[in-house]
Design a protein around this ligand. Structure first.
Ligand SMILES: Cc1cc2nc3c(=O)[nH]c(=O)nc-3n(C[C@H](O)[C@H](O)[C@H](O)COP(=O)(O)O)c2cc1C
Length: 363
């Protein structure tokens, strides 16, 4: 018999009451305020490590140092605000400081790390093993999942503790080619089962349960029900819906951009990092498209693949501006369902709505 209640989610011995992970959102959209609220509501609250040091005055002078200090502060603050909750950190593999930020998160005692935007092959495995921190990897194909698991198995003798499968409806940078984004063969429903199958081989080899989590375009409790009960997901990762909460760390104008946008405003951009990204169209992005923006001076190469000598704008600066509500020099990343949100609610209200929707779908 299928349970009417949402199941708990486990990363090894780490228990999550409500199987909802709030996806990490950079720059500065998910910090300690949002993450602790989600953790207190029983889910996994995730701080995005991406250029988090921007809140410090010395960021332009010493971004690396500022990132380390602020990430430490934010993890500690979140743990203090949600002493019984689960706090994660999202660290993009594409970040120049990927390894350092893992070490910082371990030192600050985060419970779990989510590594995406690239294949997390080289990691500080000794520190990971010693600390017992849990590692979730974010992939967009079974091929990527297999590559990571094979590499970890061969080189480290361990495997990751969870897998997030992110489909093409997600917000921010996407792990797909432009032509794949609208192609139904690459929908979350299509890419999810092969990942479950690929991971199963390693689950059996290691005699360890690996939760596979669905992400990208999940909006209602009914959607959560579908992925858990029809696709065998152990949980979901959601980001877009957490933007329009009181606790989300972005400026109110960022949240209003979500509330005011229409379906046709949500667009795919070519990010300076060379990846497609989903965002809300605005004048800034139109100017970029029309070639009105010029290459800029980079304070430091924060993302490995960034072609800053050719890029018409700095993605980090544009996202920092948007976080502060300054849209003349920035734009908001958003998932494909951002146009559906019409009000700002508390994280608890959102979680209650999702749980209720799940239980109704079960009936
Ligand atoms: C504003 C915004 C910023 C994001 N930033 C990041 C990020 O820094 N790193 C990352 O791995 N994913 C990022 N994402 C992706 C989310 O973590 C999440 O997996 C995805 O958006 C889920 O789809 P949904 O928004 O439809 O729920 C971002 C998404 C949004 C909407």
């Amino acid at each position: 018999m299928i349970s009417k209640k949402m199941p708990n989610l486990y990363f090894r011995d780490l228990k999550v009451e409500v199987p909802i992970i709030q996806g990490g959102m950079g720059v500065g959209i998910s910090m300690s305020k949002l993450a602790s609220a989600v953790a207190n509501a029983g889910g996994v609250g995730v701080i995005s490590a991406a250029e988090i040091g921007f809140v410090k005055d010395n960021f332009a002078k010493n971004p690396k140092e500022a990132n380390k200090i602020v990430l430490t502060e934010e993890i500690k603050k979140a743990k203090q605000l949600a002493p019984n909750g689960v706090i994660g950190v999202n660290i993009m593999v594409a970040m120049t400081e990927f390894i350092d930020l893992i070490k910082t998160s371990i030192e600050a005692k985060a419970d779990i790390l989510f590594c995406g935007a690239g294949l997390p092959l080289t990691v500080p495995i000794d520190e990971i093993k010693e600390s017992g921190i849990k590692i979730g990897v974010i992939v967009s194909s079974a091929k990527a999942a297999t590559l990571i698991f094979k590499y970890w198995d061969r080189h480290y003798g361990v495997i990751p503790d969870g897998v997030v499968v992110e489909g093409p409806k997600a917000g921010g940078h996407l792990g797909f080619k432009y032509e794949q984004i609208e192609n139904p063969n690459y929908s979350l429903e299509k890419i999810f089962p092969p990942v479950v199958k690929a991971v199963k081989i390693y689950e059996e080899q290691y005699n360890k349960k690996i939760p596979v989590i669905a992400a990208g375009g999940i909006y209602t409790g009914e959607d959560i029900y579908k992925f858990i009960n029809e696709f065998g997901a152990s949980g979901v990762q959601m980001a877009t819906r957490f933007v329009t909460t009181h606790e989300c760390d972005a400026d109110i104008k960022f949240k209003e951009a979500y509330i005011n946008c229409k379906k046709e405003d949500i667009t795919i951009i070519k990010s300076p990092v060379g990846l497609p990204g989903r965002a809300i169209k605005n004048e800034f992005l139109e100017d970029v498209e029309e070639g009105k923006k010029q290459p800029f001076k980079c304070i430091w190469q924060c993302l490995k693949g960034c072609k800053y000598t050719k890029a018409p704008y700095c993605i980090t600066q544009a996202l920092i501006s948007a976080q502060k509500g300054i849209f003349k020099s920035g734009f908001a990343f958003a998932g494909s369902n951002a146009y559906r949100v019409d009000k700002i609610v508390s994280v608890q209200e959102l979680m209650d709505e999702l749980i209720e929707g799940y239980e109704q779908a079960a009936e």
